[in-house]
Design a protein around this ligand. Sequence first.
Ligand code: FMN
Length: 372
Amino acid sequence: MATAGPLSSPTPDDLGQEPPLLDLDRLEARARERLPADVYDYYAGGAELATTLREATGAWRGWRLRPRVLRGVSTVELGTSLLGSEVRTPIGVAPWAYQAMATPEGELATARGAAAAGALMTVSTSATHALEEVRAATEGPAWFQLYRLHSTAHTEDLARRAGDAGYRALVMTVDLPLLGRRLRDLRHDFALPADLRMANHPPADDGERPGLRSLETATWTFDDVARFGEISGLPVVVKGVLRGDDAVRCVQAGAAAVWVSTHGGRQADPVVPSAAALPEVVAAVGDEVEVYADGGLRAGSDVLTALALGARAVFLGRPVIWGLAAAGQAGVTAVLDGLTAELAHTMALCGLASVREVPRDTVAPARAGGGG
Ligand SMILES: Cc1cc2nc3c(=O)[nH]c(=O)nc-3n(C[C@H](O)[C@H](O)[C@H](O)COP(=O)(O)O)c2cc1C
């Protein structure tokens, strides 16, 4: 079984080949060698039979590109804006918990790695560094992801702190009314190592260490969208939407953006893949608000498919985790730069000049009646 050695500075060898030949499988293998088995399984695993996790990448690949020719595209513009924040790439970092298990600097290293790539980072409630500390680590744009803490008052305080610290949006994750049954974690009886803490949590009244169950949001309703927006003073992004009718209700409730996600296959399972839900959500609200997607995006062509289906940006979970665990801050940058380079390359091959203008007819279902 692999044990975690002290994580040293990355060498070029840790990062696989230069972009655009980013080798995510190799990076994951390297991360796996460095991490204790229960930590690797926590990062890698899905809920129940892990059907959603297994199907996520393949669902993006149920679409085929339809390149345009003779468009005179010699440079590709990758920059865009997300709720008004300028970014150099439409590929951002999804919120993920417990980053100091991957490397001691945890969220600080991820923030610096993302800023070096010009990418937006979303910081999780269950971070191992306080949200103020992560925000102060870079000048890059960042959003804060909200779960429920162990009381309404604590949760409201957290939303307020996110606004005060300079985050540019509050991402309410709504697909965790209860924690998904992650069988690998149950087998390991997985818990955050004793030397680490959920740094955004105030001490519980009963002195118990908070665990992932403390984050459950079963009491939240659509009314909480406007409420947390007011408390934080930030635009609210609702993350974990898989239906057009829910997206409409989120927007009616005041959401500034909707994020299509299956939580990396870690919650309800089996559910529709993001690649199948995205067109429905875009059809419902895409003219009114920005729509993002995540889940299983592993190649520049997957990202281009998501943009064609109407996502303004996409977010990465595990690829960034493997980058951080294998090679620290430089690994995060390498993953974001590598996939962005792949995206640019694929766009040039398809005659597309800007990530802001990727027409829907850039993709067609791989098979008649397919596409998801
Ligand atoms: C180890 C791990 C921890 C996660 N923690 C959070 C979290 O704290 N908050 C949240 O909203 N989503 C969390 N997610 C879900 C991610 O934000 C994202 O939706 C998902 O990882 C995207 O899929 P991908 O890993 O295939 O790229 C987590 C995912 C993983 C793999």
